[in-house]
Write a protein that binds this ligand. Structure first.
Ligand SMILES: C[S@@+](CC[C@H](N)C(=O)[O-])C[C@H]1O[C@@H](n2cnc3c(N)ncnc32)[C@H](O)[C@@H]1O
Length: 266
């Protein structure tokens, strides 16, 4: 059996994640996750697998000074960057399978782009359901399956030609929860009632196709899984393969489809 991907990166990579990957991709989704959780002034919100905290700080703006926002993540590197960029957010190192909070603590429990990295997704969702209030909302956001991703599909195919199995496993892991019916089945099996779903096409914005590949590699665990030769080959071919996803100025506009699911405990 292969080792599950958990998206663990050292602090230098977490810094690049925050400065490059968050503005290019994750920041575009965070307001939609917060909206799906009906987050309003004065509420208490938990960001599960918060990374460097883009959802947590988006929620913090929404709840204001009377509210409370907590972020948890497994990775101390992500949390150390979050400490700096999320003033006013409480941060805790914790595993989603054992959230260190009492039942019914939060009005909203949000999880963006992380479910696919949890070894037991049903336990993770049931923990999210346990710590949300009975009338609160748990939100899970995941990228759709690879066959719904016109640009990322080409990137993964390109990597499959040049990279080794470890790098390909990581680049393939993002899409593992992308079948909506399967995802809803997992949410229900975890003891939650599905309130609503939304499928959205977002756009990641990079300076160029080369920048797209560089950010995908250098701010993720893929970096340590490629030789220089493999990385150079990827960068060399990426422009030919992904050229259609550029604007007149050469900037890369990369579509990414994702699902948002809002649920609450039964
Ligand atoms: C792709 S990042 C997404 C981070 C953040 N939600 C965002 O939108 O930028 C995935 C995150 O999941 C975290 N993670 C993976 N497994 C975890 C677990 N079992 N418990 C808590 N966090 C976990 C990783 O450390 C990483 O920060």
């Amino acid at each position: 059996m292969s080792t599950p991907e958990t998206f663990q990166i050292p602090v230098e990579t977490a810094e690049i994640y925050e400065s490059k990957f968050v503005p290019a991709l994750f920041a575009d989704w965070a307001p939609h996750v917060v909206d799906m959780g009906d987050v309003t002034v004065g509420q208490s919100v938990l960001d599960v697998a918060c990374g460097t905290g883009i959802v947590a700080r988006t929620a913090a703006e929404r709840v204001g000074l009377e509210g409370r926002v907590v972020g948890v993540d497994l990775n101390p590197s992500m949390l150390s960057v979050a400490e700096r960029v999320c003033p006013g957010v409480e941060l805790r190192q914790a595993d989603v399978s054992e959230l260190p909070f009492a039942n019914g603590t939060f009005d909203a429990v949000l999880c963006q782009m992380a479910l696919m990295f949890f070894p037991d997704r049903a336990i993770a969702i049931s923990e999210m359901g346990r710590v949300v209030k009975p009338q609160g909302t748990a939100v899970v956001m995941v990228p759709s399956s690879l066959d719904a991703q016109p640009a990322y599909r080409l990137l993964v195919e390109l990597a499959a030609r040049h990279a080794g199995p470890d790098a390909i496993a990581m680049l393939s892991a993002y899409w593992a929860c992308g079948d909506l019916d399967e995802l809803l089945g997992t949410v229900r099996a975890a003891g939650l009632e599905v309130l609503s779903t939304r499928t959205r096409m977002g756009t990641c914005r990079f300076e160029s196709i080369d920048d797209f590949v560089a950010v995908e590699v250098e701010s993720t665990p893929v970096l340590e899984r490629l030789t220089d030769e493999q990385y150079n080959a990827l960068r060399r071919e990426a422009n030919d393969v992904l050229g259609e996803f550029t604007d007149a100025d050469g900037r890369a506009l990369v579509p990414i489809e994702g699902h948002l699911v809002a649920a609450r405990p039964l």
